[in-house]
Design a protein around this ligand. Sequence first.
Ligand code: FE2
Ligand code: FE2
Length: 476
Amino acid sequence: MLTPDMLHRTATPSQTETVSNRRARLVYDALMDQPGSAGSLSLSRQYLEDQLQQAAGLPCDLPLRPEAILGWMEHQAIATGDRYAAYLDSRKAGQPRRYFSCKSHALAFLQRVAPTKLVDGSWLYGVLDKWNDRRFYGLIRTYLEELGDGIPAQNHVVLYQRLLAEEGCETLPEFSDEHYLQGAVQLALGYHAEEFMPELIGYNLGYEQLPLHLLITAFELNELDIDPYYFTLHVTIDNAATGHARKAVQSVLDTMPGVGDKRAFLKRVANGYRLNDLGIGTLDVIEAFDLESDLVDMFERKRAFGQQMHSDFCRIGGRTVNEWLSRPGNIPDFLQALEERGWIKRHEDPRNSRFWQLIDGPDAQMFGVFTGFEKQLLRDWIAGDWFGNAGSTATAGGRATAFRPRARRRAVSNDVPSVQAHKAGDLDQELVELQRTLRELPTQARMQRLAELMAPASHSSAAGLLATRLFTAALG
Ligand SMILES: [Fe+2]
Ligand SMILES: [Fe+2]
């Protein structure tokens, strides 16, 4: 891993540009892989300072009068509800989906926001140290709820991991550094809570408000037969009446200095709030999708592995498949050759295409070569207009009547490893050991050890989930 020291040592002018273009990713990886190292901490601290400086130049709608914050939050929640009602009306009137043109578009979105979703809640990690201070109770409760109170079926990171896996999306391609910015900011806040507490509280206030895009995303995922539970869960858990949005406001009020400069505190809160606006936004991510170029990129990524794997028996457009795949940049012409020679019949049921038959189904010659997401990309590209006509209900617009998310198709197990009835499995044994060690520690040391296990990179493991349940119980 690169540390700030190494950055200085290895950087030449051109390398500086490359390294600085990857800063978010470096911070993200440093705090996920080696959060305790001095290098990770100084790298992320500097990064957070720089982001706060950037944020300071952005506009901000947060009122700087404490008595106005609750009303501001409620007003925002009502306005979001109104805009969502207008969206539903437009759908009932026959408008097409607003966000996702097809299923692979939605899956690409799930992948591109994954770096943020897979560290959900992490900005609150550092408040666990305040378990003995009632002013931080709301923030700690929010973190515990992000972790599902240690129940895997309610742990937001586990839920997102399972959503990706369910849709064959778990192998993430390389994204630009911007896709890691929010995750890096969240982790940095989590690891520098003591020094940046007002900014953390402000970031939390912004992040926990219910945005319109969450509601529309949940609606359209459901329409595309993708489990929307992760998103609907956030609609309910972040609610303005009693949920995280409300707790976020209360936390600003609870932690405000009784004596001293309230305005200076609120200015720092507002700057943390602005951090939410840095980086690539949800709508930018959605708009960046282009089916054809995503398809070409996907084939280009696979090309390196497939270039020697095909027999030379079959020639397409005068070249063997191995020849087509032998160097970068051939994929668009290869796809065109497949179309011209009748291997792919676009704007028809994909099952009519010989190329699709090679890929889909248990007897297909290339069975297992493409992930669920990659197959969906190809399927959507081949089907094209056919989906809009007789093809698939999954992309037909204007069938919105009301938002009634289907029952979750695959229940996520609520099972947690039993520490009492262990059957001498290594994992269970490890948890029993851990629980025994914890029992022997005095309260302060025990809470600290539990908090260590509840770090962003480990809270979704068996030990992290156990620690979360014990911490939750101890907090009462
Ligand atoms: Fe969450
Ligand atoms: Fe939340």
